[in-house]
Ligand binder design. Structure first.
Ligand code: ZN
Length: 338
């Protein structure tokens, strides 16, 4: 009960990449880079285990960014043809690669690190992939008729990848869909339809992570303008409750999301964000327990998984580790009372 997990990413060591950056430059090349990614993956697993995390990830050590990591091994994408564009409804600008032809996987994208992670932990293992709607919001379209057609094409490739990951022994495959909090009506329509395509025939558990983003300035500014109550989730949770996705990962601590919105996810596992990734403050176990207690009013204990609000990639390793330790200590406090 109350098994802990993380949204996905962890800080990269300084010998692998630039630290405390969302789009870090690799510090190695070629075989040295491959070796550094392997070492960092094993270290990420070890740190999560030592912090008491029950359902661990590879920390996303092998990808530069949570969206573009998946795109790098696809045909149909031109990384040299970058387009500066507003993403997440123009919240910020990014240099996005272009889709210039039919999308196709050249082969497995993440099988190497998934196999490595599986070989080095006996804990339940989660693997993250970007969701179709978030991918199409982070690339420039120069080939498909519209975003929906492109999203379905990405969903088919994600499905091939997800089936392989499940066969490798991954226990949970999570699709990261921060775009679901931006384009709520579309998320409840073709966004979930694309997710269903991505999970079709996938034998392990499936999850979707919907958040208010990493703790970067553009997101903090956006959140400060969202008013006293953030009700974005209210528009998409009913559609997710009716979907075939097993788990929903959301932002909870230090957010203005009313806790009662979690009642809209009846029947789903809920990954409750009890660690803020936008502050340097290390939560106390009591603070973590208070967040879990708040969620327990709306989510049965057997469906509640204490988690981080979002990825920890831009934090320092030391801070992330302290926060993860607090997460498991807080969950233990609540468990101890039961
Ligand atoms: Zn997130």
């Amino acid at each position: 009960m109350l098994e802990t997990t993380i949204a996905g990413s962890l800080p990269k060591p300084g010998w692998l990449a630039e630290t405390e950056k969302l789009w870090p430059t690799w510090r190695q090349e070629g075989e040295a880079l491959a070796a550094a990614k392997r070492d960092a993956t094993i270290l990420a697993l070890k740190l999560q285990e030592d912090a008491g995390i029950d359902i661990v990830t590879d920390g996303e050590m092998s990808r530069q960014h949570f969206v573009h990591g998946f795109l790098e091994n696809l045909d149909g994408i031109d990384f040299a043809k970058k387009v500066r564009m507003g993403i997440r409804d123009n919240r910020y600008e990014a240099d996005c690669p272009s889709v210039t032809g039919p999308l196709k996987r050249r082969g497995s994208v993440h099988a190497t690190e998934a196999r490595l992670a599986r070989a080095h932990t006996s804990r339940a293992l989660k693997f993250t992939l970007p969701g179709p709607m978030t991918i199409v919001d982070t690339v420039a379209n120069a080939h498909y008729r519209d975003r929906i057609e492109m999203a379905m094409a990405f969903a088919d490739l994600l499905n091939e990848e997800a089936r392989e990951l499940a066969a490798i022994g991954i226990d949970v495959i999570q699709f990261d869909e921060p775009a679901f909090n931006v384009y709520m009506a579309e998320a409840a329509g073709w966004g979930i339809e694309a997710l269903h395509r991505a999970i079709d025939g996938v034998s392990c558990k499936t999850a979707v992570h919907i958040c208010y983003g990493y703790g970067i300035k553009a997101n903090i500014d956006w959140k400060s303008g969202l008013g006293a109550e953030w009700r974005q989730y209210e528009k998409v949770f009913p559609a997710l409750a009716a979907s075939r996705i097993d788990q929903v990962s959301l932002e909870c601590i230090n957010s203005r999301v009313p806790a009662e919105l979690m009642a809209l996810l009846a029947g789903k596992d809920v990954l409750v964000g009890a660690i803020d990734v936008a502050t340097d403050h290390v939560e106390t176990p009591d603070e973590v327990a208070a967040t879990i207690d708040g969620a327990l009013k709306y989510v049965p204990a057997e469906r509640l998984y204490p988690c981080t609000n979002c990825g920890m990639a831009p934090l320092s390793t030391e801070l992330a580790y302290k926060k993860l330790t607090a997460l498991s200590a807080g969950a233990a406090l609540v468990r101890g009372r039961a």
